[in-house]
Design a protein around this ligand. Structure first.
Ligand SMILES: O=C(O)CCC(=O)C(=O)O
Ligand SMILES: [Fe+2]
Length: 280
């Protein structure tokens, strides 16, 4: 099955959306409540920020994981030796945020987190009984008052031709969290891996909202909801001269939330960050 583009206002939206998530790991919403003008303004303002030297004064804190990650420190996808061609900034409401950008990005964080809770209710309502009985609490409750949800502002710089051979903007990976909410970026490149191993473009018309499953929902659902591999490929032709900005919100439960018999949110995250090489 292909990733479905679902009208958020349609009566059967929850069912269609969850079916797409279950079969492909991804679902796409149109007519959703996230303001496109807000997204566009964030893309513009953060693109400008990434052009300044100011970013270096927000260098990431290895313990707290907030702040600016330069291309030199940015993660290797699990199992990959080449660094992705990207820099990014980690926003937490309790973390450091450049003051001129703070109100806008926190408004986005807040409104998207609210939509996320509704989407988790959709997932729960359309989980079969033998799956939902595994959830230690309601999925939307797992993220209530969580300090762990992470908003990442990503900048993939224009290509220079000096990139390490084989390096791409974001190597194939799975997300660690419950669900990821991602407005379509200003440039193409996002692909998802299908069950047959082939890569397919995610429908990313400007204005679409892309949602994908992360490892924590896969863990909590006993594998019913698949965390599928995705990547961002390099542009060719004219697109090579352009920056690409994207804005994934990674929904994380509170630290003590039980995901499975083996893991809480905290134990699971620690295991994955060590694998990524961004935590000792
Ligand atoms: O930039 C994108 O479109 C996707 C980024 C992504 O998959 C990630 O940061 O986990
Ligand atoms: Fe991702």
């Amino acid at each position: 099955m292909q990733v479905q583009v679902v009208d958020y206002t349609a009566e059967d939206a929850p069912q269609k959306f969850v079916e797409s998530l279950r079969t492909t790991g991804f679902g796409v919403l149109v007519n959703h409540p996230i303001q496109q003008s807000l997204v566009e303004s964030i893309y513009k303002n953060w693109h400008e920020f990434f052009q300044t030297e100011e970013k270096h004064s927000f260098a990431f804190d290895p313990q707290k994981q907030d702040g600016y990650f330069s291309p030199e420190v940015s993660e290797n996808a699990k199992g990959h030796s080449k660094k992705d061609i990207k820099e990014y900034y980690h926003i937490y409401p309790w973390g450091r945020i450049p003051s001129q950008l703070k109100d806008e990005i926190l408004a986005y964080y807040q409104s998207t987190s609210e939509l996320a809770a509704e989407l988790l209710d959709w997932v729960e309502a359309h989980s079969p009984a033998n799956v939902s009985e595994k959830y230690s609490e309601a999925l939307s409750n797992m993220i209530k008052d969580t300090p762990n949800t992470l908003l990442r502002v990503l900048h993939y710089p224009p290509l220079t031709g000096d990139e390490e051979p084989g390096a791409i903007r974001a190597a194939a990976h799975e997300d660690i969290n419950l669900l990821t909410i991602l407005p379509a970026a200003n440039e193409p490149g996002l692909q998802v891996q299908q069950q047959n191993g082939e890569w397919m473009d995610v429908p990313a018309d400007f204005g679409n909202l892309i949602i994908n499953i992360g490892d924590m929902l896969q863990e909590a659902s006993g594998g019913y909801f698949p965390s599928t591999s995705h990547r961002v490929i390099n542009p060719s032709g004219k697109g090579s001269d352009k920056s690409r900005i994207s804005l994934p919100l990674f929904l994380h439960p509170r630290s003590e939330v039980i995901l499975s018999e083996k893991h809480t949110q905290a134990s699971y995250l620690l295991e994955r960050l060590r694998e990524l090489g961004v935590k000792a």
